[in-house]
Design a protein around this ligand. Structure first.
Ligand code: SF4
Length: 368
């Protein structure tokens, strides 16, 4: 299957922790940027896409007419499968009922809302543009328009967050009509204002042990409320796992359009320029292209697939690479199985719960 990702690199304001390729303001280039994306789409005209994800940045800073045109351009240039999962990212404070109805009417069937927290002091610390109430109301409003497949992103290890406030965030999340929750730990990235605040002692980070206990409590609450963990940081009600993301973790092909977007297509990895002027003058690619070797593909298959709780399929490994998984990774599988970090079930090798806790250390051993 092929996934399609479209990057909209505009935001109302930069959040304090953000190092994504996204820019505040720039309304004057929105139309030009959308035209450039259409030009890039034409390179792939007629290709079948099974999932679409419009991400950012904040795609919902676009006005309703621009959003409608963008979705129309995607449909005109790609053959979307009849069961296409069509997601768009939205931020509270930028999505109103008019935009949500336009998205629903043009076929968007999943919205991913950047909530991060339902505590105003945590949102303030992160530099988000919205309040907890706005986030809560946005989710309900989306549901009212008829889009029933809703993800929310939540963040853990946020300054001032406690176990109690995290559990309260979760209780609020469970009271909303959401089908999917992504729960990521805050990372302090180089060059962000939040890292500066941390370095000047304005807040302290919770220690690893507390962090682990909080994540354990989160996992328990998710499961008690019917959200099954299917990837390290992703939880979904039955049948609502993100097909777009599963395609990434299955090491499937995807086309990325827009500034700084990455692609894996026809066995090659390549990425777009991060320079807006170049992109607007239709000079799309960054020039770094890599044809994956068989070893690269096997490494990626393992390192991405082991992120999922179902693990990697033994038969799929053989189908793709023409050899048994044990012939290539027998030593690693034996070692991690004996340590209780890996297990076999129903044709899949997967990380155990303890293995998922230290997945980064384990996965690097699957790199050939
Ligand atoms: S809304 Fe998202 S992309 Fe935009 S600044 Fe905040 S974290 Fe970054």
């Amino acid at each position: 299957m092929t996934g399609l990702y479209i990057h909209i690199p505009f935001c109302v304001r930069k959040c304090k922790y953000c190092d994504f390729v996204s820019f505040p303001g720039m309304e004057e280039v929105f139309d030009k940027y959308l035209l450039a994306i259409v030009s890039e789409m034409k390179r792939y005209k007629g290709i079948k896409a099974d999932t679409v994800f419009v991400g950012g940045g904040t795609p919902t800073v676009l006005d309703s007419g621009q959003l409608e045109r963008l979705v129309g351009d995607i449909k005109n240039n790609f053959k979307l499968s009849s069961e296409c999962e069509f997601s768009i990212e939205a931020n509270p404070g930028t999505l109103n009922r008019e935009k949500a109805e336009v998205l629903k009417n043009c076929g968007v069937n999943r919205i991913s809302v950047g909530v991060q927290s339902f505590a105003d002091n945590e949102l303030f610390a992160l530099g988000r543009i919205h309040s907890a109430k706005e986030a809560y109301d946005t989710v309900n409003m989306i549901y009212d328009t008829g889009i029933k497949n809703i993800n929310i992103d939540l963040m853990t290890s946020v300054p001032h967050q406690t176990k109690e406030s995290l559990l309260k965030n979760l209780e609020t999340a469970f009271s909303l009509p959401v089908t999917h929750i992504s729960a990521y730990s805050l990372m302090l990235e180089e060059g962000t204002p939040l890292l500066g605040e941390y370095q000047s002692g304005e807040f302290s980070l919770i220690d690893d042990d507390t962090d682990r206990k909080m994540f354990d409590a989160l996992k328990t609450k998710m499961s008690e409320n019917g959200f099954l963990r299917y990837e390290i940081s992703n939880f979904a009600k039955a049948g609502y796992q993100s097909r777009h993301n599963i395609n990434y973790w299955d090491a499937g092909e995807y086309i990325g359009l827009g500034l700084a977007a990455h692609s894996y297509f026809n066995g090659e990895r390549f990425s777009n320029t991060e320079d807006m002027d170049s992109y607007l003058t239709l000079d799309f690619e960054s020039g770094d292209r890599k044809k994956l070797s068989k070893n690269d593909m096997m490494s990626e298959f393992m390192m991405l697939g082991l992120r999922m709780t179902r693990g990697v399929s033994v038969s799929e490994f053989k189908r793709r690479f023409g050899t048994d998984i044990e012939n290539i990774y027998g030593k690693e599988i034996k070692k991690f199985t004996e340590l209780g970090l890996m297990e076999y079930a129903d044709g899949y090798y997967r990380l155990s719960d303890r293995g998922l806790d230290i997945s980064n250390q384990i996965m690097c051993e699957f790199l050939i």
